[in-house]
Every structure is written in structure tokens, then in C-alpha cells.
Ligand binder design. Structure first.
Ligand code: GLY
Ligand code: MN
Ligand code: MN
Length: 452
């Protein structure tokens, strides 16, 4: 297994929850098949991509629909075949290959739930697929037509919309995997903070993180953002300076981990000693926790996002970065210049998980509020969704300069902006499970657990 979970306790917890999970997945597929008018779903694990003009494979990213069935994140060219009322069949591709490590014998808590057929050659796969390909739908990415084995209905919208909408709600198994992913990530965050306090470079902080979570770079759910000082203002900063800056001011680290494909996505910001910057981080943290407390079933995430802008306006005024009433600062674009991304997104097998814009299983889209095009979650929250809450505040000159010559120019305190610029920015990101009148904060629980 390429993802070294190394944790018998996690496997035992997941094993206990797996039966109920697979029951939910099959129920979803029963309905999707019925609506799509098909007898069988064939779910393809994926086809590794190869570098242009070379034969080097890029890191394999499995089809999340495949991983939703079973905890195998590194099994290319394999297929699950499912028909209502039948035990799912797994065509398990184990090539005879002396160049690479090949998948070992199937093992783990999932194996009893599948009729497993091991094949050693691609030519042997077709014999295990349903004979009547016209009655099949194929779910997965087809790069090479041969991997569809003559199935013409690839990712039909009717079935895919149903599956994506359903994936918004996580099973207990999935939530347990994400809890474990959060704990894994938190170990990395604590090591990264120590490396930062010791004056390490971005490169070395990243290495400390990866060592603590025991992930190679390709195993990370997304490229770590390890940003010292002004780099924190680059929202997706993925360079890694090899040398520390002359003066260490701040660290913004946005880094996750995974357990069998289920991700965590956590951001923390630290001050290297500057009290004024620390006070601003503390103020942002109070605000972030307030927003997390509003994550309950029935809340409209678009409203949470707009509310965050109102709260951020108050933070900007308190910090003397801006002046004026909250509504005026929203209206003039001041809050959007300091906080230009969405409040968060659904989280699961994908870091930006599917279904964030879906009003229903038919694929009706809920647009983000006008003026907020980067919001990736627009749904009304339901119990057992898992999402991020990640407000930010940055000095991004490209955006702030656009305020010049508009009514917003006079609302911004440019001297305080000059003070904040070298620190880059602040983002605090937690992973939160929606409950009926409450929420489970996977991230803060993980910090409490790991630090205890
Ligand atoms: N790490 C990417 C994000 O926070 O959405
Ligand atoms: Mn993040
Ligand atoms: Mn995120």
C-alpha cells in the first residue's frame, strides 16, 4: 500500500464501520442505476498519466468513485462491477512487472465484501465484465478508449449527478477516516511550527511536515503551501525557498494528509514574535471560531460566507486597516480585496469535493452570490456534510491597488497596510462536520488529541 497509515487502531475503527458504509454506497448505486436505466455500473480505478515524449508515469490519482467503494488508492487498471442485489465484483489488476512494485495480494477489512478476481494481464479483464455492454454505465476517466471495453455510456450525467449529490453527505466510515486524516495532519502542523520557531527555511519546514505525517509529496492530498513572510499573500504559494529569510516574521502553512484517500485540509498562521501581528491572528481566530459555531444543518453556506465578510469588516476596523460601516466596506469591495477567496468547500475524497454547487440530484446549480465568484460551496448544509471554514486576510497589492480612485480608497488605512504587507497574510482553516444543532470540529479536536 502506498499510503503508509501504519495504524492498527485506525484500521480497526474503519473495519468496524465498513459494512454500513458499503451498504450506503450500494443503495446509492441501486438508485443511480435505476435512474440511468442500466443494469450494471462498471467503475474504473484509473489510468496513470505518462509524461509527454517519455515513459515516466506521473503520480497516480485514483478515480474517487472507485475509492468510495474500497480503500485502495493505488490500483490502476482495475474495475468494480456492480449490479443491484449482487455482491460487487472487483477485477484486481496485478501486472507481471519486474520494473515496478506491483499491488500485493488483496487484504484488509474490505475483502469479504467483494468477489475478487485477480488478473495479470489487461487482456484478461474483458472476460470479467458483463457480456451485455449496452446495459452498462462506466464511471471513471477514459484516456485510452480501450479501457472502456466497449461500454459507450461513460459518466452519464443522470447517474453521476446522483452520485455526486449523495457524496455531499459522509458516512460514519468516511468521517472516521477524515478524523484520522486530521490527526495525521496535525502531527505535521506541530512539527512545522517547531521548525518555523527554530528558523528553518520553507523547504525544511515542508520536509519536517512530510516526515511527521509520513507522506511523500505525491501522497499529500494537495501540494503543501508553506509560506514565510510576504509569501503568505500568494494564495496558492507552492515554491519552497531553500534558505530562510533574513528576518523571520510569519508562517502561513496550509497542509493536509490523507487516510485511504480521505483528506484533511488545514491552515494555521504563526507570528515569529511580533505582538501586533499575533494580536491580529488572535482576532482572526476569534472570528473563525464564531463562524464555525454557525455551521449547523439548515444554514445556507452562502450566508455564512457573506456573514464572514461582515465580521471581517469589523476586524479590519479594529485593526485600523479600514474605517467605515461593515455594509459600506462590503459594498465598496474593501473586504473582498483583503479576503478574495471563498469561505470554504466540501471535503472528502477530493480536497475540493464534488457536489458543492448542487441544489438537488438532478444537477441544478446554485450560483455563488454576485461579486463572490470563488465560493465553492453554495448549498444549504445537511447533517454529516464535512466542509472547511477558512477565512483569510491578506495584503495582495494587485487587488488593493484596484481600490485606488474609487470610494474604497478613502476607507483603507494605507499606513497600516504598509505595516502588514511584510507578514503576507493570515488564514485559519478547520475541517468541520455538520450536525443538527451543532458541529464537530475535526481539526481542533485533532489538535486537542495530539497535544494531550
Ligand atoms: N488547500 C486548498 C484549500 O484550502 O482550499
Ligand atoms: Mn487549505
Ligand atoms: Mn480548503
Amino acid at each position: 500500500m502506498s499510503v503508509n497509515t501504519n495504524c492498527a487502531e485506525t484500521n480497526s475503527t474503519l473495519g468496524g464501520l465498513y459494512s454500513a458504509h458499503i451498504e450506503t454506497v450500494t443503495t446509492r448505486y441501486d438508485y443511480a442505476l435505476e435512474q440511468a436505466g442500466a443494469s450494471h455500473a462498471v467503475i474504473f480505478s484509473g489510468n496513470p498519466r505518462v509524461s509527454f515524449l517519455d515513459d515516466y508515469e506521473m503520480p497516480f490519482r485514483p478515480n474517487p468513485h472507485f475509492v468510495a467503494w474500497l480503500p485502495l488508492v493505488h490500483l490502476p487498471f482495475s474495475y468494480i462491477v456492480y449490479a443491484q442485489g449482487e455482491k460487487p465484483l472487483l477485477v484486481y489488476y496485478q501486472p507481471r512487472d519486474y520494473w515496478h512494485v506491483v499491488p500485493g495480494a488483496p487484504s484488509g477489512y474490505w475483502t469479504d465484501h467483494f468477489d475478487i478476481r485477480i488478473v495479470h494481464s489487461l487482456q484478461d479483464i474483458a472476460a470479467h465484465l458483463p457480456v451485455d455492454r449496452e446495459k452498462c454505465i462506466l464511471i471513471g476517466e477514459i484516456i485510452d478508449a480501450a479501457t472502456a471495453f466497449g461500454i459507450e455510456r461513460v459518466n452519464p450525467a443522470k447517474a453521476v449527478d446522483i452520485l455526486h449529490y449523495a457524496r455531499g453527505e459522509k458516512t460514519e466510515y468516511e468521517i472516521a477516516a477524515m478524523r484520522a486524516a486530521s490527526r495525521r495532519s496535525v502531527k505535521g502542523h506541530l512539527s512545522a511550527e517547531t521548525a518555523f520557531r527554530n528558523g528553518s527555511s520553507e523547504f525544511d519546514i515542508h520536509r519536517a511536515y512530510c516526515k511527521a505525517v509520513s507522506h511523500t509529496d505525491p501522497e499529500l492530498p494537495y501540494g503543501n503551501i508553506v509560506a514565510l513572510n510576504q509569501h503568505g499573500a500568494v494564495l496558492h504559494y507552492t515554491d519552497r525557498d531553500r534558505e530562510p529569510p533574513v528576518e523571520m516574521l510569519s508562517l502561513l502553512i496550509d497542509a493536509g494528509a490523507q487516510i485511504y484517500g480521505y483528506a484533511s485540509d488545514i491552515t494555521r498562521t504563526y507570528s515569529h514574535g511580533d505582538q501586533q501581528f499575533q494580536a491580529l491572528i488572535d482576532r482572526m481566530e476569534v472570528m473563525q471560531k464564531e463562524i464555525v459555531s454557525e455551521v449547523v444543518a439548515g444554514a445556507d453556506y452562502r450566508e455564512l460566507h457573506l456573514n464572514t465578510h461582515r465580521k471581517l469588516a469589523a476586524v479590519l476596523v479594529d485593526a485600523e486597516l479600514a474605517s467605515g460601516a461593515a455594509d459600506a466596506l462590503l459594498e465598496s469591495g474593501v473586504t473582498s480585496a483583503f479576503f478574495p477567496h471563498g469561505l470554504g468547500h466540501l471535503l472528502g475524497l477530493q480536497v475540493h469535493d464534488v457536489g458543492g454547487f448542487m441544489e438537488n440530484e438532478s444537477g441544478t446549480i446554485i450560483d455563488p452570490p454576485s461579486g463572490h465568484p470563488f465560493l465553492r460551496l453554495t448549498r444549504v448544509l445537511e447533517e454529516n456534510m464535512v466542509l472547511t471554514i477558512e477565512p483569510g486576510l491578506y495584503v495582495i497589492d494587485m487587488l488593493l491597488e484596484k481600490l485606488r480612485g474609487t470610494p474604497a480608497e478613502g476607507q483603507v488605512n494605507w499606513k497600516t497596510v504598509d505595516w502588514l504587507r511584510p507578514f503576507g497574510g493570515i488564514r485559519i482553516e478547520d475541517n468541520v462536520r455538520v450536525l443538527i444543532n451543532a458541529q464537530e470540529n475535526l481539526t481542533r479536536d485533532a489538535f486537542a488529541f495530539v497535544e494531550a
